[in-house]
Design a protein around this ligand. Structure first.
Ligand code: NAP
Ligand code: ZN
Length: 357
């Protein structure tokens, strides 16, 4: 199927308009016209091959919201016109223990990423949401609550589920003191979700100008993580810390803030490793350091429904697709409030302008 989008042809050049082919829809596929796509820091890591696994050309984007254009004959859960979402995965083996538990993100064969993934059936590469359309097996299509604004809901598909899943896994709720590290795309969703779950939320930031926003988003306290005195005041006090930082940093500064049996879970995925944390900080208080990867399809739907019930969406700055390279640069300066979302109408307008010229 013919598609247009914005993609990278190598690690050094900026993203540019790209014509490419997707697989033809199969009987169990949903063909979606994309309305909006969020801009995740993982898109930047991948476009620039920072994780060393990018196959070019790559069309990023895994926070996709759109309307169903058409469905294959075997599709039962969706019909033309439905408001739907696609997150970070478009396929998995469906046979292994993890898939059977609804944890497709930990598929033992390896899930197929929405972009830069090798398709299980065709063997071709998958292309993401910086594009006019996408074709996805119905098992990996999510339902967007109609009461949510569609553009603000797009970032829930990655930033939302990546923070919701560990908050649920570590049973965050009333009576818990929870830290969120970094107020970017993931972090601001973490603050909103942990607040909605009833926790006492403390936001750690390196940007002093984000304090007011953090409180508005649901943080009970804000700590400047570069200020040693502010950090010391919270020693041994957290049940759980969710760390979303996209760059290597000193983990010990946060480990010592956990109380006995507390856990810090890393979701940020920097290209180079963090300095190794001190073992003594773990053993003296039985503290734990963990990681977490997005969330399964069932849990992603639960998260979307939770956000529908609580009226939670991302705070977004809408951009035309032609501004994606500027958006990447601003993301590197932590200058995002708090997620860029691409309005895909800008892609159609560009295509039309070219035709008209
Ligand atoms: P983002 O919007 O760029 O936010 C990252 C935030 O980290 C920044 O806003 C900043 O917050 C803080 N930060 C950045 N550089 C820092 C530094 N040198 N030291 C301390 N803090 C720093 O990125 P995102 O889209 O939320 O993604 C965050 C990370 O999660 C990325 O590495 C991404 O690839 C990864 N990710 C992981 C998963 C998963 O499944 N585990 C899923 C999606 C994304 P302040 O200004 O508040 O300090
Ligand atoms: Zn993402």
């Amino acid at each position: 199927m013919e598609s247009i989008g914005y993609g990278a042809v190598n690690a050094r050049q900026p993203l540019a308009k790209l014509d490419f082919a997707r697989r033809e829809p199969r009987p169990d596929d949903v063909h979606i016209d994309i309305l909006y796509c969020g801009v995740c820091h993982s898109d930047l890591h991948t476009a620039r091959d920072e994780w060393g696994n990018t196959v070019y050309p790559v069309v990023p984007g895994h926070e996709i919201v759109g309307r169903v254009h058409s469905v294959g004959q075997q599709v039962t859960r969706f019909r033309e016109g439905d408001l739907v979402g696609v997150g970070c995965m478009v396929d998995s083996c469906q046979q292994c223990a993890s898939c059977k538990e609804g944890l497709e993100q930990y598929c033992e064969v390896g899930f197929v990423g929405t972009y830069n993934g090798e398709e299980m059936h065709s063997g071709g590469m998958s292309y993401g949401g910086y594009s006019n359309n996408i074709v996805v097996n119905e098992k990996f299509v999510l339902r967007i609550p109609e009461n949510l604004p569609a553009a603000g809901a797009a970032p829930l598909l990655c930033a939302g589920i990546t923070t919701f899943s560990p908050l649920r896994q570590w049973k965050v709720g009333k009576g818990h003191k929870v830290g969120i590290v970094g107020l970017g795309g993931l972090g601001h969703m973490g603050v909103k979700l942990a607040h909605a779950m009833g926790a006492h939320v403390v936001l750690f930031t390196t940007s002093s100008n984000k304090t007011e926003d953090a409180r508005r988003l649901g943080a009970d306290e804000v700590v400047l993580s570069k200020d040693a005195d502010q950090m010391a005041a919270h020693q041994n006090s957290f049940d759980f810390i969710l760390n979303t930082v996209a760059a290597p940093h000193d983990l010990d500064a946060f480990m010592v803030l956990l109380k006995r049996d507390g856990t810090m879970t890393l979701v940020g995925a920097p290209a180079t490793p963090h300095p190794s944390p001190q073992v003594f900080n773990f053993i003296m208080k039985r503290r734990r350091l963990a990681g977490s990867l997005i969330g399964g399809i069932r849990e992603t739907q639960e998260m979307l429904d939770f956000c529908g019930q609580h009226g939670i969406v991302s705070d977004i700055e809408m951009i035309p697709i032609q501004e994606i390279n500027t958006a990447f640069e601003r993301m590197l300066k932590s200058d995002v409030k708090y997620r860029f979302v691409i309005d895909m109408a800008s892609l159609a307008n560009e295509a039309q302008a070219v035709k008209g010229a």
